[in-house]
Design a protein. Structure first.
Length: 264
């Protein structure tokens, strides 16, 4: 029953998105877990992920985050797709990485560092495993992965004061540099929620920051308010395709409103 309601709601959102037409701009896709079998909306099945990749490659080009940003606002940018993975789960390494490696597809990992250090994943009750530094090193060595930052503890930045935000950022960056030798230049807000205080800090430290879904990315887009498209378990393949075609906005707008978030 719950599933039927969700499907009906998705159909409504997509109809609204279709009415507003195809959005310009590169699609930055948000993935979290792949093939984890936990049934959370923030995961996709391995089979769906495989079909997503096939579709993206057949209908456009999977490009690195840097390239999508550099070429935003140019013809055909709405058929450039950026794969991003948030938090850093071991199932991403187990189930997504072999497919990405085999097809030589670039992707971005926005890593939350505390789980890698403690071995306790961000999932409720600590289910699932976080990535290890060895797995991260292996993916980095391929040259396919852009390693971005996603704070140390994944706290909502809007709830933190300046000193606490600076600490989240510096602990995360120090760990990533120490363990991988990479200095991250891209950042993703935890939960996709923007914060004005964090914004001032991020502009000093990084080159871009991404949020949840919203306005399409154009040549004029503020690089510290880049929107992405969440990919969910209930999307399956049909809704995934439509999301990519329209650039989907309505569904995630509602999710954010329900969470009482009214930022960009
Ligand atoms: Zn996250």
């Amino acid at each position: 029953m719950k599933r039927a309601i969700r499907t009906a709601a998705k159909s409504g959102f997509l109809a609204a998105d279709l009415l507003s037409g195809r959005m310009p701009g590169p699609r930055l896709l948000i993935y979290h877990q792949v093939g984890a079998g936990m049934g959370r909306q923030m995961e996709v099945t391995e089979e769906d992920f495989r079909r997503h990749l096939d579709w993206l490659v057949a209908h456009g080009e999977v490009v690195s985050l840097d390239r999508a940003i550099a070429e935003r606002g140019t013809p055909g940018d709405d058929r450039r797709y950026v794969l991003t993975f948030d938090d850093g789960y071991a199932d991403m390494y187990d189930n997504a990485w072999p497919l990405l490696r085999a097809q030589r597809l670039p992707f971005t990992l926005y890593l939350t560092t505390e789980p890698v250090e403690t071995g306790v994943a961000l999932t409720p009750g600590g289910q699932a495993e976080p990535l290890t530094w060895a797995q991260i090193d292996e993916m980095l060595a391929s040259g396919l992965m852009t390693l971005g930052a996603h704070t140390h503890r994944h706290r909502e930045l809007g709830d933190l004061d300046l000193a606490a935000i600076e600490e989240e950022i510096s602990v995360s960056n120090d760990l990533i540099e120490e363990r991988t030798g990479v200095t991250p230049i891209h950042f993703a807000y935890p939960w996709g929620y923007w914060s004005p205080v964090a914004d001032t800090v991020l502009r000093r430290v990084y080159e871009t920051a991404t949020l949840g879904s919203g306005a399409p990315i154009s040549a004029d887009t503020d690089l510290f308010k880049l929107n992405r498209v969440p990919v969910q378990l209930s999307d399956g393949f049909v809704f995934f395709r439509r999301k990519m075609n329209t650039g989907l906005m309505i569904e995630d707008k509602l999710r954010r409103r329900l969470a009482k978030y009214d930022g960009p």
